[in-house]
Design a protein around this ligand. Structure first.
Ligand code: NCD
Length: 321
């Protein structure tokens, strides 16, 4: 399917039979509808573990890059809705991809057996290529350093859930702002809200210029710094990320960039009593384990929200909610 943000209706989620390729396809009305549906999914799971909304529906999860949370939460989401999954998640190397099959051909194959496709792939733009080849909805679960729209939706949902609003918040993104696709998607989504943004990174991991220009064009207050200590006392959300080792062509540069940040209980002493620390995970040293018991550490709750959001998105794109 080709995406059709423009055809999506202004009221409601507008996602029935649509692809999810980029956060640019969402407006605040759609986000409100998706979050309401996500609340319903949460209640259903809490009350009875799941339902039969997607019975006899099949999802293909096609992952050309490693994944734990995204693949597991999509699989759990589909199964809690009564559907089933073809998981090509750990073993792409054992599929016909290893024989040299092209992405469009693999997509045209799996869509014969399934009603929607979740794709993670190392190349920017791959989800769009897949969507053009497919007649079923394609959901982008990360295209290289490009976007990760479903993660951004769960991040936004988590912020709203934890702090009760988005407007007026000071949100700091920390770490690999250059290659971190979750940062790219979340930043673009936040442009629709009245937030203040601070980007915290070493020089070589700064936010890409086009994205920084988009933030400026949106008229949001924004600044850059390399120091977490500079902002910790003022932020409502500290969104921490891992340095994306797999995107570096020069590992010496990675070695220089890694290990720059470590959020510790000591640092948290300077933070507001009502704020949240988030991370898309996996973490590789950016947040000390000793922070986990701090009630402001929201990254485990954030992960669970991923399943509820993906239940809502699957029900929506399959035209069942
Ligand atoms: C993120 C990703 O894959 O971009 N992980 C995830 O989906 N939760 C972040 C990362 O790998 O650092």
């Amino acid at each position: 399917m080709t995406h059709s943000a423009d055809r999506a209706s202004a009221a409601g989620h507008g996602l029935a039979h649509q692809d999810i390729l980029s956060v640019n396809q969402f407006n605040t009305d759609m986000l409100g509808a998706i979050f309401a549906l996500t609340d319903e999914m949460r209640s259903t799971v809490r009350a009875s573990g799941g339902c039969d909304l997607l019975r006899h529906h099949v999802l293909t999860c096609l992952f050309y890059e490693p994944s734990t949370r995204t693949s597991a939460s999509f699989i759990a989401a589909m199964e809690r809705l009564g559907g089933s999954v073809i998981p090509i998640t750990q073993g792409v190397q054992y599929s016909s991809v290893a024989k040299g099959e092209s992405l469009p051909d693999t997509i045209r194959t799996v869509e014969q057996y399934s009603d929607a496709i979740v794709l993670r792939h190392p190349e920017v733009g791959s989800a769009r290529v897949a969507a053009e080849a497919a007649s079923k909805p394609v959901i982008n679960a990360g295209d290289g350093a490009g976007e990760h729209p479903t993660q951004a939706l769960l991040d936004l949902y988590t912020i709203h859930n934890e702090l009760g609003t988005l407007d007026g918040l000071h949100i700091a993104m920390v770490g690999d702002l250059r290659f971190g696709r979750t940062v790219h998607s979340l930043t673009r989504l936040l442009l629709q809200y009245d937030v203040k943004l601070t980007f915290v990174s070493p020089e070589i991991l700064r936010l890409p210029l086009d994205l920084m220009n988009a933030v400026r064009d949106a008229g949001l207050p924004v600044r850059e710094t390399y120091s977490v200590a500079d902002v910790i006392g003022d932020v409502d959300v500290l969104y921490v990320t891992r340095v994306q080792k797999e995107r570096f062509t020069d590992l010496a540069q990675y070695d220089e960039a890694k290990g720059f940040y470590n959020i510790t209980p000591d640092l948290m002493r300077d933070a507001k009593s009502r704020m949240v620390v988030m991370h898309p995970l996996p973490r590789v040293g950016e947040i000390s384990d000793a922070v986990d018991t701090d009630p402001r550490a929201a990254y485990f709750r954030q992960m669970e929200n991923g399943m509820f959001i993906r239940m809502a998105l699957l029900a929506a794109v399959l035209g069942k909610a």
